[in-house]
Design a protein. Structure first.
Length: 131
């Protein structure tokens, strides 16, 4: 677990506007697709098998209109040497994108949930068949 700019205030640990920053590591032997997972704001997951890192970077509540939440997700490839930023609007429903690292993996963004005082992004990773 990595703490970035943490402060202690009223029993709440914060890292600026984000919560505790954590990175989860999924080894090749643990990767079984399809795999559902969820990340809190500031958390990321690295999948060793397809060499993909997915970070739930931040969320904008009621943006650009009320009732919509916009998540910014950073996807990194090739041992995090290449990255792309994805915007996901909760009002758009589910959104999928293909990994741009030559593998046949797809990440599906499903839903942004607000739980207690933090946001959580529901996702899954899967493979598609090649003909």
């Amino acid at each position: 677990m990595l703490f970035i700019s943490c402060s202690f205030d009223d029993d709440e640990i914060t890292g600026g506007s984000n919560s505790i920053h954590s990175t989860y590591y999924i080894e090749s032997s643990q990767t079984s697709v399809p795999m559902d997972f969820s990340l809190k704001e500031g958390e990321s997951v690295y999948f060793e098998l397809p060499d993909i890192s997915v970070e739930f970077y931040t969320v904008y509540e009621h943006y650009p209109i009320g009732g919509n939440n916009q998540a910014i997700i950073i996807i990194s490839y090739n041992h995090q040497s290449n990255a792309q930023e994805i915007e996901y609007n909760s009002s758009d429903g589910q959104k999928s994108f293909q990994a741009k690292n030559g593998t046949n993996y797809v990440v599906q963004l499903k839903e942004i949930l607000k739980r207690d005082n933090y946001f959580e992004l529901e996702m899954s990773i899967n493979q598609y068949g090649r003909l």
